[in-house]
Design a binder for this molecule. Structure first.
Ligand SMILES: O=C(O)C(=O)C[C@]1(C(=O)O)C=C[C@@H](O)C=C1
Length: 358
């Protein structure tokens, strides 16, 4: 038997299964449309992060294989994204231009069937979301090798928006130019964070080429696309957008470099069963204040998953603490612990409760 003879009956089977999948997907989409009508009657929000998180967890738990859990989740994320878009296509503002890791984070949270709105700065993402021009915003909050993104933390302090999710993505930086080599290159452009994340590699390989910090890696890719003397450090997706070729991939000093993004919006996400709550607080500047501050968490059996401090910038050596705890604001032990925390705090703000990222 030839290879074609062997493939033919297998492909007939695949065609028959695809027909069933197609039928089932459209059945699912019609039900989602009905959900959309029910929601429209009460003006209820279309995007339900807790429900999507539950579905993604459940398909991974029930997945018998051989498909990988993470691959199945990618498929279902896109199925839900497409179904959601039949109800309403949500608009998501992010730190642009297109091709940045922020855009990747948007797709990881919302799937591809969204309206992405690239913004020039983190401030603009907040403004567009606060003004309602965008339904949600996605902003970088922390990088595993470079630490927190100060501007995001400052804006979270002031905003009326809440956190409705978080996304963590692997950040791979590539060095790219129009020609695919470094001949004639006079400067290497990237966002300051990316330059810092690739510092050792650059010192070893191109110590004498000027490094130039620009607004974003996407902007660096755009500049390199226009100027044959400029190299960019950016994601390969950004490079493709501007017809760049890769000189060297994965040049970040930490191979496990990840960035965490916050999803901001006006939605108060319902409990999903595996949630966390983010808050900011400050304490009076006196002995034992931080200890007293955290005592209610231990007392009520609430685990703290993150604790970050930032100077309050009032010249008084006072700090804001960014704290994440396990559980949802609607869980009674979280609510009780937070009530006591609030009583011990000079400043207290709940940023939001949302599902743990997958
Ligand atoms: O269950 C809902 O509320 C739906 O709108 C359906 C659906 C889905 O496709 O499963 C779509 C969008 C929501 O974000 C959550 C789930």
């Amino acid at each position: 038997m030839t290879m074609d003879d062997k493939l033919k009956p297998l492909r007939v089977q695949i065609d028959a299964i695809d027909a069933q999948i197609l039928d089932l997907l459209n059945q699912r989409a019609r039900v989602a449309q009905q959900v959309g009508h029910v929601k429209a009657e009460t003006n209820a929000p279309v995007f339900r992060p807790e429900r999507e998180a539950q579905i993604l967890r459940s398909v991974a738990e029930r997945n018998p294989g051989p498909l990988l859990d993470t691959d199945i989740q990618t498929v279902f994320r896109e199925v839900m994204s497409a179904c959601r878009a039949l109800e309403k296509r949500v608009t998501v503002a992010y730190l642009g231009p297109a091709g940045t890791f922020s855009e990747q984070a948007v797709y990881q949270q919302f799937g591809r069937a969204v309206e992405g709105m690239p913004c020039a700065s983190i401030d603009e993402v907040f403004r567009a979301t606060e003004a309602g021009t965008a339904d949600f915003g996605v902003v970088p909050i922390e990088n595993s090798s470079e630490g927190v993104i100060n501007r995001t933390l400052d804006l979270l302090l002031q905003t009326t928006l809440t956190l409705s999710g978080e996304v963590s993505i692997q950040v791979n930086h590539s060095l790219m130019t129009r020609s695919g080599n470094m001949n004639d290159i006079k400067s290497i452009c990237a966002h300051s964070q990316a330059l810092a994340q690739c510092q050792l590699w650059l010192n070893q390989n191109y110590p004498n080429i000027e490094r130039r910090a620009v607004a974003s890696n996407g902007e660096a890719a755009r500049l390199a696309g226009e100027d044959p003397t400029v190299a960019a450090i950016a994601s390969e997706i950004a490079g493709k957008n501007y017809s760049l070729q890769v000189v060297k991939a994965h040049i970040q000093d930490d191979p496990h470099n990840r960035t965490r993004f916050a999803v901001i919006g006006r939605l108060h996400t319902a409990p999903s069963g595996k949630d966390q709550t983010s808050l900011v607080l400050s304490v009076p500047n006196k002995a034992g204040a931080v200890y007293n501050l955290l005592a209610p968490l231990a007392k009520h059996g609430v685990s703290m998953t993150r604790f970050e401090s930032r100077p309050a910038r009032m010249g008084t050596w006072e700090y804001y603490f960014y704290v994440d705890v396990e559980g949802h604001l609607k869980d009674s032990k979280v609510a009780d612990a937070l009530k006591e925390l609030k009583d011990n705090s000079a400043f207290f703000k709940v940023l939001g409760s949302y599902p743990f990222s997958l």
